[in-house]
Ligand binder design. Sequence first.
Ligand code: BTN
Length: 327
Amino acid sequence: MVKKKILKTLNKKKGMYLKEEEVTSHAGITAEELQNEIESLKSDGYIIDTSLSEGYRLVESPNRLLPYELQRELETKYIGQNVHYFKEVDSTNEVAKKLAENGAVEGTIIIAESQSRGRGRRGKRWLSPEGGVWMTIILRPDVSPVKAPQLTLITGVAVAQTLQNECQLDVGIKWPNDILIGDKKVCGILTEAAADKEFLDYVVVGIGIDLNVNVELFPPELRDGATSLQFELEKEIYSVELVQKFLKNFENIYEDFKEGNFPEILSQWRKLSKTIGKSVAVHKKGRIVLGEAVGITKDGILILEMEDGTLRKIISGECIHRPSENV
Ligand code: BTN
C-alpha cells in the first residue's frame, strides 16, 4: 500500500526529481521509512535515482507483472481489478479454484511470475519459467453449465486478437484453444468449471503465454511446436501493456458473451481459425480420428469430413494439423 502511494507520486512526474518532503507527505510516512521503501522498490527492479539535494526520480519500472504496474493504467471495469500476485506458485488455476470456493469476486485474477506445477490440458505439465504470462481469471457467468466450454473459445479469440493487434504477426487459433504464430504454439488455455446439473458456480480460465521465454531451453517433447513472442519479434516484450490490453479486450468479449452474442464471437473465432480447411488428426483417448476440418458448430464443436464423405462431430481431443497432401 505504501509502495503504491510512493510509486503513484513518483509516476506523476516520471523522469523528474521530486523532493523528499513531497513524497513522504503524499505517502504519509517518515523520511526513514521512505528510504527503506525505496530500497525495497529497487530490489523489485525499479530504477530510482536518489539525490541528497534534489530528492527521488523514477527512471524505469521493471518488466514484471506487479499488481501496481498492472492496475495503474488498467481500463477494465472488473476484470483484473482484484489481483493476487505470486513470485512463484504451484499453479494459478489451483489458487484460483481455492479463491473461487472462498467467494472471490468475478474478474479476480491470479498471476505468477513462475509456476512450479503449471498444468496443461489432458493432464500434461505446462512449463512456466519467469518471462511468461501465467494467469487465471475467475468468472461467474449466469449461464447453464453446458456453456462453460464456450469460455475457452472466447478467451482464445481475446488472446489471438490482442496478439494480432499488438504484434502484427500471423496469429491464429488451432481448435479448440491453442494460439499459434505461424504453425507454432505461443499460448494455451485451460478452463475448469465448478457446477451442479443446473448451475455454474464458477469458471477459472487459465492462460499461459510464452512471452519473454526461451523455448529452446524446454525439453524436446515440450519444445517442438512451441514458440515465444520474444523469439518471433526478436525483442523483449513489455508484459504489463500487453496484459492490460488483453484484459480490456477479454472484458469486452466476455460482456458480449453474457449478453448472448456468442454466435458473433464464434464468427470471429472462425476468421482466426487455422484448423478449418486443414487435414487433421484428432487424438481421443488412444484413438485417432482422421478427417478434414470443415467447420465448427454453434456450440464450438469441430466438424470433420471423413474420407467417405460423412460428417463427424468432435467434442474434445488433441487436434494435430497434418501437412497438406498436395504441397
Ligand atoms: C494447454 O495445455 O494448452 C493449456 C495450458 C494452460 C497453462 C496455463 S498457465 C496459467 C494457468 N495455470 C496452470 O497451471 N495452467 C494454466
